[in-house]
Design a protein around this ligand. Sequence first.
Ligand SMILES: [Zn+2]
Length: 241
Amino acid sequence: MSAGACGASAPYRPDPRPLLSDYPSRFGRPRIVLDAGHGGSQSGAVRSWSAAEKDINLRVTLALADRLWAAGAWEVVLTRATDRTRSIGARYRQSNRTPGRKTAFVSIHANAGGGGEGVRRGTMVIWSSHQRPGARKRSERLAACVGAALRETGFPRLTGERMPIKKARRQKRHYVATDPRFGCFATATRRLGVLDHNRHPAVLVESHFLDNKAAVAAFQNDAAIGRFARALEVALMSFYA
Ligand SMILES: [Zn+2]
């Protein structure tokens, strides 16, 4: 991976200037496909102390969409804006039908499983090592931008997983890895069709762990969701800067 704006050689720094005033517009606005995970008959993770994952994903997605729309510098495409069922194929095909050299795909999820209540916490950003090489490189960079922005905003990194990414890449199955270049956790996988088959830079972001009651209480309110949406907006700005 080349060290881009989000690489180790250029650590992320918050920009004190007004956010979008100096955004380049001559090449057209970046177009962001926002994918609220699950929906309709597919609840995603369900815990008695939490909103259903599909609902919290939609809430986060709409908060981010509102931010991007309000800023006026983005085009926003939603794979769903309501509680409806959409297949994985429908989601990545919608992304692939969305034109634009400056189009990116962000899937919003919440995490669960793998350690029991309270063991794991934190955010995770995922890209797919099975995307076509050009898109994969850009997805890695987008993941780095998201990881940096989440870290900068004070969202905790995922705890409970430790595996060097090179070792993880040799594995055949879904795996989680940490990459110190990004200051965030990242996963490469062959199971996440929304990423694998996406022709645009594509990441999947896990906002918090539904297994963790404290994390649920801390995240599932307007203020925290707004902060998370803001971090993703900053990540997209830094990706396109
Ligand atoms: Zn999910």
